[in-house]
Design a binder for this molecule. Structure first.
Ligand code: FPP
Length: 265
């Protein structure tokens, strides 16, 4: 090998090594980062109340009180988006007393917490189908969204009468209407287009989904959006979930390697 060729080969090797080193640094940086978007299935309120010999609604009230502490801890752990599952499209199957109690809790929660959430800089959004919700609740939801629209410290999304399948079905219906009206061609319907019709169209996909209370199911929550999310199923019942445990889960996410279907390099 001539000295020039040796030099050239060495350069190429150096570049290849530097590239590899850079990738490793990038990957390490990605792993060091906590989740930007955390979604939580707040489960276990009923069991928490039963353990105390109290009615299930007592557990829901205790659960509602946990929300503020977790929301306010988000900036400390680098979470910019928090999405919480408050009521699913399947929850209507509960007793009339529990459903009515939950609806009344949501109205009271919004009325009572609006000022604190706004003061904290939370931008609140609601996802889910509003058709079955009562007009008073819808008005409170709209007003809270409007009131907090300028906030930037944390994006809090509350899933209320939300179901992942229902959301995809509603999105598909709207897409079909666009196609039928000639505003969209069937060829344009793909993985980029469909999410624009989902309730979450302004949100990034969740990085981490937490479910409390020991159940290892996703129960129709953010089905499309969580395709590559990491999951944590923890034993703690929601009313006992603390900001310390939340911080630990976010920190342990930072140690995971997400490959989005690619091969480890
Ligand atoms: C699941 O626990 C919880 C719910 C269906 C309601 C979630 C609501 C809250 C945490 C309170 C309100 C939230 C806001 C944002 C105001 P479960 O009743 O299924 O518990 P179980 O599995 O122990 O019966």
């Amino acid at each position: 090998m001539t000295p020039d060729l040796v030099k050239h080969t060495q350069n190429n090797e150096d570049i290849a090594i530097a590239d590899r080193a850079e990738q490793t640094v990038e990957q390490a940086a990605a792993q060091d980062h906590g989740p930007r978007h955390v979604a939580i299935i707040m489960d276990g309120n009923g069991r928490w109340a039963t353990q105390r010999g109290r009615p299930r609604l007592f557990g829901h009230h205790a659960g509602a009180k946990r929300v503020r502490e977790i929301v306010e801890s988000c900036p400390d752990v680098g979470v910019k988006y928090l999405t919480i599952f408050a009521f699913s499209t399947e929850n209507w199957k509960r007793t009339q007393v529990e459903v009515a109690g939950l609806m009344s809790l949501f109205r009271r929660y919004i009325t009572k917490e609006a000022r604190a959430l706004d003061g904290f800089g939370a931008r609140v959004r609601f996802i889910g189908d509003r058709v079955r919700l009562d007009a008073k609740l819808i008005k409170l939801m709209d007003d809270l969204e409007d009131m907090t629209a300028h906030n930037t410290s944390i994006n809090l999304t509350i899933a209320l009468n939300y179901g992942g399948r229902d959301e995809v079905a509603r999105a598909t219906k709207r897409l079909a209407e666009e196609v039928a009206a000639g505003r969209l061609s069937p060829e344009d319907v793909d993985e980029e287009t469909l999410p624009k019709y989902l309730d979450t169209y302004v949100l990034p996909d969740p990085d981490l989904v937490i479910r409390t209370s020991g159940e290892a199911r996703i129960s129709n929550f953010l089905l499309w959006q969580s395709a590559y999310a990491e999951y944590e199923f923890i034993e703690t019942l929601w009313p006992d979930f603390s900001k310390e445990e939340f911080a630990k889960l976010c920190a342990s996410y930072g140690g995971r390697e997400r490959r989005f279907g690619a091969v480890k390099t």
